[in-house]
Structures are given as C-alpha cells and as structure tokens.
Write a protein that binds this ligand. Structure first.
Ligand code: UDP
Length: 350
C-alpha cells in the first residue's frame, strides 16, 4: 500500500476538465481526494466518469469556493486535508474582457477563501493552476520561469498574475505554508478511457475542442486565426500538453511539498513556480493536419483573420520541471489527438 494512503487532498474545482483528470491520477497514486465544485462550468457526470475509472466513489461537495462560510462548514470542518489543489476559476479569455468584475470577483475570492481556510485549519500545501498567459509574448523563447511576466492582455490573465502574487505574499507570511504554481501551456486531449475529457459549453474557444467538434460535424469549419505570423507556416505556435501528463504534474507537486514538510526542508523555497509543457512548438496548421492524419478524419478549415489578443508564439522551457520537480511530458501528440477524438466521439455517440 502506498505511503500516501492517509493524505487527503482537496481538489477545489475538481469536476472540471483538468480537475477530473488530476483526481484520477491522485487516486491512482494512493491519495484520498475530496472534490469541491459549484458545477458552474462542469457537470456531475464528469465526477461519475472519474468514479468509473478508479472503480470507487469519490467524495463530492457541491459548494462555491467563494463562499468561505460554506466551504468551512461543509468541507474544511468535515475532512482533514494536508494539501489543496486549487482549480476553481473562470477561464474564458473573451468573456473576461466583457465582464472583468465577474472574473476578478470569482477568481480572486475563491483563492482568498481557500487560503484563509488553509491558514485557519493548518493545511500546509497548495498547488495553483497558473498559466503561460502570464508571460504574454516573451522576447526570448522558450519561456523559462525567470522570463519576465508582462501585463496580461485580459482580466483572466490578470487574475492568474494577481493570484500568483497573492500566494507568494501569503506563503511568505505563514511559515507552515508551501505552494507551487504550475504555469500550464496548452492542455489538450482526454483520458485514454474516453470516460472523461473537455466538455465546453456552447461554441468552443480553444483549438482542439473546435477541431474535434468540426470533425464530428457539429461545426461547419474551423477558422485558423492568422496565416501571416512570423512562424514557419504563418500560423501561431503553441506548446500542447496532454491533460494526463498535466494531471500527473499536480500529483508530483503535492508529493514534493508533502515530503518537504515531513522532512522539514528549510533549504527549499516555500513558493515555487514550474512551467508545465512539452518544450516543443507546434503550429495551428500542423496540429490540424496531425489530427486528420492520426484519426483518419477530415477537419474542414479556412484561413481567417488574426484573433485579437493572441500571441504569435510561445513554448515552454521544461528544464526546471524536468530536473527539480522530476516531471516530464510523456504522451506523444498522436496519442493525445487520438484520445481527444475518442472522447468527442463518445460524447456525440458516434
Ligand atoms: N485557434 C484557431 N482557431 C480556433 C481556436 C484557436 O486558429 O477556433 C488558434 C489560436 O489563434 C491560437 C491557438 O489556436 O493560435 C491556440 O488557441 P487556444 O484558444 O486553444 O489557446 P490559447 O493559446 O489562446 O490559450
């Protein structure tokens, strides 16, 4: 039996895309998990998918993490945690531009609520979902964790920067607290079982859900935003990271902090940042073609205007995650795109 067996992790926002995959990996690594989620952008069926994969029930509390009172009485008073993974946040860039206050209120309130309860209940370790968006368009690539952040070009991005700063200052002030911010590049794909995956409501903003829905005939064609960028084929470059690899990074991050706390490691910074990506840039057109090739389906697409706010190119330096965290991306892009398609087909009953 794993030595992690007694460690309980609160997964705040655990019914969402990355939260469900992370919950599976945590349970498979021997952790006890409690999911807290207000289901504002998720569905209980996702939790059922997790339970099917792991073969047992997973404690789930429907609660808004901004509601400190409810989170205290229904979650923190009922379970003993040593770690929290905080996913509970809105994530639509365009919507955040239209409704900034909604984003500031939700994304910051939920974090403040979690941090204050961690302090109150003596919970030591926090993993935070940050994003490569904090880098803007870096002058030098790949982006390392020391690449200067640039002012975010959306309120969503700003909430990620502000959250990182809030966590850094809170950790500095509370000696028992440790935190790791994971800066995700572009998470894609689905669990190989096809029992969980990304379920965007309405028209997808992100590339891969748009591709899979187009292949499924739900969308007529994909618009490739921009063909005149300064890149090999003129479309944007991104670093697409498999969601299962990304989920594993959270498990490794929790393990690192649990061990550091147990060993009373004074030598290690209590707040750390890691890029989570593959280190390989892939263009939008390459991704579309690869998807078609590995799945044997066509994705009708046309070249379109640039999308306002998009950076031209970004990919991760992964040395710090590889060497210090002991994590690296393992799944290859073909398998990831096959998993994305298998999930879409299952959702559509194809
Ligand atoms: N993209 C596209 N068509 C779409 C959605 C996205 O061409 O319908 C491009 C987008 O311009 C960017 C890349 O795909 O270059 C990844 O976009 P996504 O929204 O998935 O993630 P982002 O990098 O913006 O966080």
């Amino acid at each position: 039996m794993s030595s992690n067996k007694q460690k309980t992790v609160l997964v705040a926002g655990g019914a969402g895309y990355i939260g469900t995959h992370t919950t599976v990996e945590l349970i498979e690594a021997g952790y006890e998990v409690v999911i807290a989620d207000n289901l504002s952008n998720a569905d209980l069926s996702a939790v059922r998918g997790v339970e099917q994969i792991v073969g047992r029930s997973v404690p789930f509390v429907e609660v808004d993490c901004c509601d400190t009172e409810a989170l205290r009485s229904r979650v923190f008073e009922r379970y003993a945690f040593d770690s929290v993974i905080h996913f509970a946040a809105y994530k639509a860039v365009g919507e955040s531009v239209a409704e900034p206050l909604k984003y500031f209120r939700n994304n910051l309130d939920s974090l403040l609520s979690v941090l204050s309860l961690m302090q109150e209940f003596d919970v030591h370790n926090l993993v935070f979902s940050s994003s490569a968006t904090v880098y803007g368009q870096p002058e030098q690539l790949p982006a390392t964790e020391l690449t200067p952040r640039q002012r975010a070009n959306s309120p969503y991005g700003l909430t990620k920067q502000m959250s990182e700063d809030i966590i850094q200052d809170t950790v500095a002030a509370i000696p028992f607290l440790r935190a790791i911010a994971l800066r995700y590049f572009n998470p894609i794909g689905a669990h190989p079982s096809a029992l969980i995956g990304e379920l965007p409501k309405g028209v997808p903003n992100n590339l891969v859900p748009f591709i899979t829905q187009t292949a499924a005939g739900v969308r007529k064609e994909l618009a490739v935003f921009g063909d005149d960028y300064d890149t090999p084929d003129g479309s944007c470059l991104r670093d697409y990271i498999d969601v299962v690899d990304l989920a594993r990074a959270h498990v490794v991050a929790v393990g690192r902090m649990v061990a550091a706390t147990a060993e009373k490691r004074e030598d290690r910074e209590r707040y750390e940042i890691f890029n989570i990506g593959t280190g390989t840039p892939v263009s939008v057109l390459e991704l579309v073609h690869r998807f078609e090739e590995v799945n044997g389906v066509s994705v009708p697409h046309r070249l379109a205007e640039r999308r306002p706010g998009d950076v031209e190119k970004i990919w991760a330096a992964t040395d710090k995650a590889n060497n210090e965290l002991g994590w690296r991306a393992e799944r290859n892009l073909g398998d990831t795109l096959r998993a994305a398609w298998a999930w879409e087909k299952r959702v559509r009953g194809l």
